[in-house]
Ligand binder design. Sequence first.
Ligand SMILES: Cc1cc2nc3c(=O)[nH]c(=O)nc-3n(C[C@H](O)[C@H](O)[C@H](O)COP(=O)(O)OP(=O)(O)OC[C@H]3O[C@@H](n4cnc5c(N)ncnc54)[C@H](O)[C@@H]3O)c2cc1C
Length: 375
Amino acid sequence: MTAPARADVILVGGGVISCATAYFLAKEGLRPLIVEREAIGFGASGAAAGLLSPLADLRGEGPTTELGLVSLPLHRELAQTLPAESGIDYHFAEIPVLRPAFNDEEERDLREAVLCQQALGLDVSWADQDGLLQVDEGLVPEAQGALHSRVEAQVDPYRFVLALTAAVEKMGGAVHYAAAVGLQAKGGRATRVRLADAATLEADNIVLAMGPWTPQAEAWTGLSIPVEPLKGQLMRLQVLQGPLPAAAVFWGKHYLLPKPAGYILAGTTEELVGFDTQPTAEAREAILESALRFMPALEDAVITEHTACLRPLAADQVPIIGPAPGWDRLFIATGHGRKGILHSVATGRIMADLILRGQTDVVEIAPFSPARWGG
Ligand SMILES: Cc1cc2nc3c(=O)[nH]c(=O)nc-3n(C[C@H](O)[C@H](O)[C@H](O)COP(=O)(O)OP(=O)(O)OC[C@H]3O[C@@H](n4cnc5c(N)ncnc54)[C@H](O)[C@@H]3O)c2cc1C
């Protein structure tokens, strides 16, 4: 399809961060153009687990946790309208989560976390062994107890990105399939995106949201964008008999997440191995070992998929959201690491506010500024 000659906003990258930003811009009457070199949801956005959990930091501190705590209710709000707007059900659902303790030290840490999270008003409690049996008889049988959270929700991330994109297109935005290779500027203002076939696209505003590939734009902008790919592997398990587990289980970087479509996702790894996306036998073994510890009945499950994809990890593990320093009308949104699906709605709202109004009240944005590495 031919791209429009001019767009209000060009968003480079067709991942969840770009598509959520395009969605909120289109809602306010702008015509965004998403430029994607492969396919919408080609990166981690299309292959993530889709848990919306703001509680990675169990004590609920720091700007990244705050962004997640703000984004989760915004997801709930969006789930009321986006499926109808887009015509795509992306399987938004609430999901209880267990964080088990297998020894006294883990139990002490988790009990402290329960108190911190309760102080934030979150619906969590400590479940002892009897309590665990009430949640699900077949989960974490070796655990001495667990943090039991009724805070989290989940989506099917691929369907979510497709829903955002479909809604953008219905509101007058568009997607153009091409690789961006540079920018053109006039007096510090980015005016055009250069494509691999030497064509250029003109826009009033440009957003760089290429996930782990965003550092390509260091050469286009002269800015430091310290983001690297953090590989994660996931396995899809089909349970042949009995119901799906009644809760998700999280322990360190390993988890089991029952999906409303009738399968279980087991993950994951955190590997700094560049842009390699090969699934490995070693990861498969480690993930399966934990999965069986969490739910012994999975012994009979069938592995139907084993995938690997790349999270965009910022050097300080805090997402990079805001205006590009020293540039006019150029913005960066990346570095959401393990939480990009969760953070996407708040990030999309923040970006739309910054582009349209130059400020936002979604969160305090100074900690996310791209200017923190100079510019
Ligand atoms: C195994 C795994 C499980 C995960 N589970 C969860 C989870 O449960 N919950 C959660 O919140 N997060 C999860 N994440 C993290 C989440 O997937 C990411 O943070 C998020 O998808 C990043 O989105 P993005 O839009 O920044 O980047 P991406 O999804 O990587 O999108 C970037 C896009 O830009 C395109 N692109 C790159 N360069 C160019 C160019 N020059 N021109 C045009 N297009 C370009 C790429 O093709 C790609 O489509 C998980 C990640 C992994 C790996």
